[in-house]
Design a protein around this ligand. Structure first.
Ligand SMILES: [Zn+2]
Length: 464
């Protein structure tokens, strides 16, 4: 957070005097009341804390560049107009320089006639501004209660770096964390957490107010599906073309990869995309050239089934480590494909591992030296075997013209976006106007070519 002097140092200072002089001047001015009560021996902790908190809150509020004081505050208590400034009020000081000098109390500008004439109209206009309608919505969810600090709305310093492990010092913020959990629970609606612009496409990220752990609780399923349905209807109402079901919002058990929502609401205009095709394309293209055999480990999902099919098609040997998955997949492949080169395996000698969720650390440690581990899941594996090359979860580097990318997508590096999220953007850019959910899947080659054409680039280096 800015201190009083800091925020002013940045914007008032530059044009008037030396920034450091500005810093000293502000510090001195704001210290006068504190010094006075100290010297007159009338100081108290409450007075100190109250005063510092008040000026800090008011200063940050006034510089937030977003009008947030509701009209009702001034209609309930009209003299407030003279006692408290607003962000739009102070913005005129920065644009006009010779008006609205007062920090916090506009009273003096009224008295000395330095009030900007457009103060009231700007205030009204700023409040009226409507939320822009998105073309593409990426629907995600919260990770842990503490993950809120890693979002754009949390700490910019944390949001700008990939999420690795929880930061110990965030524990100290537990009162805020608990407060945010209560607000999340009471508010109970999806929130806009990021806004990007891709050429002319307006892309927003919305988050379902549920934590990762809740997606694994059966009794939460209905509530989660209701929230997703509400978000879809809202996106539809705002005229969005595509809504991408991100992370666990597209669970097979939760809603059959989104099929449930289309069945419940067949009149939807917005198209639902789970992004499987691009995730498959990214994994296929990150398998080292010349590979003749791969093994699937961890839980199989829609991406894994499609990958196995595509690999068999290419003549690459596919080994499956779990017998029930093997039976299920073989049945499916036999019916669509005739012959397959798929085997059930007990060994860990394969040099390319395709891994899903639910892979244990022990299993991961069995991989031999130099094994390339490629996740097809939405969450990364444990990354415990230091003799292996780990790749990131399916993702690509975004082109430069994608605007407002100032936070990392979970564990992914800067400006890298998950394949699922990109898929939605591509559907929007190309105007494909089809659903990709349930058992439906978009053409893998077509979406891969589209991603390259629009400037997304594959990540080449193993991430370890
Ligand atoms: Zn200012």
């Amino acid at each position: 957070m800015d201190t009083i002097a800091d925020a002013n140092w940045v914007d008032h200072g530059a044009a008037v005097i030396h920034p450091f002089g500005e810093h000293i001047a502000y510090f001195t001015l704001f210290a006068i009341p504190l010094l006075t009560i100290t010297l007159t021996k009338t100081a108290s902790i409450v007075a100190f804390a109250g005063y510092v908190t008040y000026i800090d809150v008011m200063n940050n509020m006034g510089h937030c560049n977003f009008e947030l004081i509701p009209k009702i505050a001034f209609s309930i208590f009209p003299p407030l107009k003279y006692l408290m400034y607003t962000p739009s009020y102070h913005s005129l000081h920065h644009t006009q320089f010779r008006t609205n000098y007062s920090l916090f109390m506009p009273f003096y500008d009224y008295v000395y006639g330095t009030l900007d004439k457009s103060t009231d109209t700007l205030y009204e206009k700023s409040l009226e501004q409507k939320d822009e309608s998105p073309n593409v919505v990426y629907l995600t969810h919260l990770m842990t209660p503490e993950s809120i600090y890693h979002m754009r709305l949390g700490f910019a310093s944390l949001a700008s770096k990939p999420y690795t492990s929880p930061k110990w010092y965030l524990r100290m913020l537990w009162p805020v964390t608990i407060w945010s959990m209560i607000v999340t629970w009471i508010y109970g609606k999806t929130l806009v957490v990021e806004r990007n612009v891709f050429k002319k496409l307006i892309v927003q990220t919305w988050t379902v107010p549920k934590y990762k752990i809740q997606y694994f609780m059966e009794w939460q399923r209905e509530a989660i599906n209701d929230l997703i349905m509400e978000a879809i209807i809202e996106a539809d109402g705002k005229g969005a073309k595509v809504l991408t079901l991100g992370l666990l919002n597209q669970g097979e058990e939760l809603n059959r990869n989104g099929e449930l929502f289309i069945k419940r609401n067949p009149k939807l205009k917005v198209k639902l995309v789970d992004g499987t095709s691009l995730a498959v394309a990214v994994v296929l293209n990150s398998i080292p050239k010349g590979t003749t055999e791969v093994v699937f480990r961890g839980n199989l999902n829609k991406v894994a089934y499609c990958l196995a099919l595509a690999l068999c098609h290419k003549g690459i040997k596919v080994a499956i480590s779990r017998s029930d998955d093997y039976q299920k997949l073989k049945l499916e492949l036999d019916s669509t494909h005739g012959h397959t080169n798929m085997t059930l395996t007990r060994t860990c000698s394969q040099k390319v591992w395709l891994v899903g969720d639910g892979l244990s650390k022990e299993e991961e440690l069995k991989a031999s030296k130099g094994t390339v581990i490629i996740p097809y899941s939405r969450f990364p594996p444990n990354n415990v075997n230091k003799y292996c090359f780990y790749q990131t979860t399916p993702a690509m580097l975004t082109p430069k013209h994608l605007e407002n990318v100032d936070s990392c997508e979970n564990w992914l590096p800067r400006r890298v976006m998950s394949a699922w999220r990109i898929a939605g953007i591509l559907h929007g850019l190309e105007g494909w106007n089809v659903n990709e959910c349930g058992n439906e899947m978009f053409n893998v080659e077509t979406i891969w070519q589209a991603s390259l054409q629009h400037g997304f680039t594959p990540l080449t280096l193993p991430n370890h």
